[in-house]
Design a protein around this ligand. Sequence first.
Ligand code: ARG
Length: 246
Amino acid sequence: CGQDSSDGQTGSGEGNGSGEATQKLVVGTDAAYAPFEYVEPSGDIAGFDIDILSAIAEEENLELDFQNTAWEGIFLALQNGERDVLISAVTITEERQQDMDFTDSYFEATQLIAVPADSDIESFADLEGKKVGVQTGTTGDIAVSGLLGATSNDINRYESTPVALMEMVNQGIDAVVADNVVILEYIKNNPDANFKSIHDDSFDVENYGIVVKKGNTELLDTLNSGLAKIKENGKYDEIYSKYFGE
Ligand code: ARG
């Protein structure tokens, strides 16, 4: 166990057994989910989630190393220690809480349906008998699996949400179900795709949390403390306005 912390550069935590003076956190994010996380033309990872966690890190003296991480392997990468933290618009669900720990909510979302502008689909129930695209293992996937049955051939699962939406441009599928803000952002940024969105009251309210390995209470407390501070000191609101206006 490292008692040598003479480098001085201290994080807020007293160490997590790694023996390092500086607490550098490797952060996993699936950066194909604008406006929450995306890759800029420069190659940098940016977005609402990135700014939120960076603001928390500043409050709590944490050093961050963001790593673009495929959604399908993202929870495994946390379990096996390749990532210390995940921020990736991850919805807090009871099932996920069995395997990992979530901070307090930092964003509220719900599912939304994207369809071609001339589609006759008007509600979630109308998706029965249609080809529906989702990002594998997301809450959109879970919702559609609930409606059509998890093994339905009508569910088309993709590695990313933009790929699912692209497939609708290419006429392969009839609808995509994903987080509301991400669908709206895609529609805004891709007017030529000619999509519309359909809201349905049957979708649950979802809350995004930052994720740590189950039992990593020290880091969880640090992140919650930082989150509370930025909600308190206006930094959260500033970041919110930058992405969502008002
Ligand atoms: N909120 C949804 C979920 O937790 C989708 C998150 C997908 N995030 C991403 N960066 N691709 O299942």
